[in-house]
Design a binder for this molecule. Structure first.
Ligand code: SAM
Length: 285
């Protein structure tokens, strides 16, 4: 495992840690953290609590988005010299909306071993309990903090058929839900997964409009950490979004009649439906 033979290069372990409940730290993760030479931790003070709880005395080094680029070459050098290291985030799986990607690439570029100790991630925990199809999903992570950029990104997602997964901060959750309801439609099904594995864990499914109102009415529900899961566009709206794009391109250079004929042929949709949509689009110009 983490122990290395003399002269051999060390390995980099990507270790998932609890997102709330300390019992979720796997026995393998505990063993790796206790036996590596160094733990790279996003926030060493935060991780000290976890390590203390498991009586792990390994040295730690702060490794975060602001020093990742600078520290990576030195860390790779140390791995080449035989030290083994574990990368941990404040919570959950490193690299998932957390630092570490540059380090993983640089480590692999020197043919060093990068190996995961999988475990908690808010993304997977929320998906597993949301009651919204996890079959295919698009992980968006954090949305842009500014309203205009957030709304623009949400509009781009309108026709996406996969389930959408977002991380959101407590001070933006209400604004995010309001924007999601107005952009994707107040009737779209969604789930708010809050404070997972912690005392105030809340998993609430409803429509975007209903959940937005629920947050407005109960300020307590805007506290803590959030994953928001939103159902993908219904099949016909995904098809419709495709058809709209196709017609927009065709109408830009062809007559209405020609555009409708080609779009009907390519999309397989009914001629009347395509015609009505084309007329609607021309009207919008
Ligand atoms: N790498 C982490 C993971 O694998 O889940 C995510 C790190 S990201 C910087 C932190 C965000 O994850 C929070 O803002 C929140 O959106 C989500 N999150 C983390 N812990 C959570 C929890 N217990 N319940 C709900 N969401 C959580």
């Amino acid at each position: 495992m983490a122990k290395h033979t003399a002269g051999a290069p060390g390995a980099l372990y990507i270790v998932a840690t609890p997102i709330g409940n300390l019992e979720d730290l796997s026995p393998r993760a505990q063993r790796i953290l206790a036996s590596v030479d160094l733990i790279l931790a996003e926030d060493t003070r935060h991780s000290a609590r976890l390590l203390r709880a498991f009586d792990i005395r390994t040295r730690t080094l702060a490794f975060h988005e602001h020093n990742e680029a600078r520290l990576t070459p030195r860390i790779v050098e140390r791995l080449l010299n035989g030290e083994s290291m574990a990368l941990i985030a404040d919570a959950g799986t490193p690299l998932i909306s957390d630092p570490g990607f540059k380090l993983v690439r640089a480590t692999q570029a020197r043919d060093l071993t990068v190996t995961p100790a999988p475990g908690p991630s808010a993304l997977v925990a929320a998906l597993s309990c949301a009651g919204i199809s996890p079959g295919k999903f698009l992980f968006e992570g954090f949305m842009p903090p500014r309203e205009q950029a957030r709304r623009r990104r949400l509009s781009e997602l309108t026709g996406v058929a996969q389930t959408l997964v977002f991380y959101e901060a407590p001070h933006r959750i209400k604004a995010f839900m309001a924007d999601a309801a107005s952009t994707l439609g107040a009737e779209r099904e969604a789930c708010i997964a809050r404070e997972l594995t912690k005392t105030f864990e809340t998993i609430r499914r409803g429509t975007l409009g209903g959940l937005r109102n629920w947050l407005e009415q109960d300020p307590e529900q805007s506290r803590g950490e959030f994953v928001v899961i939103i159902a993908g566009a219904a099949p016909q709206s995904a098809d419709r979004a495709e058809l709209v794009r196709l017609l927009q391109v065709l109408l830009a250079s062809l007559s209405l009649k020609q555009a409708v004929r080609i779009a009907t042929e390519l999309s397989g949709a009914g001629r009347n439906e395509v015609y009505d949509l084309a007329v609607e689009l021309i009207g919008e110009k």
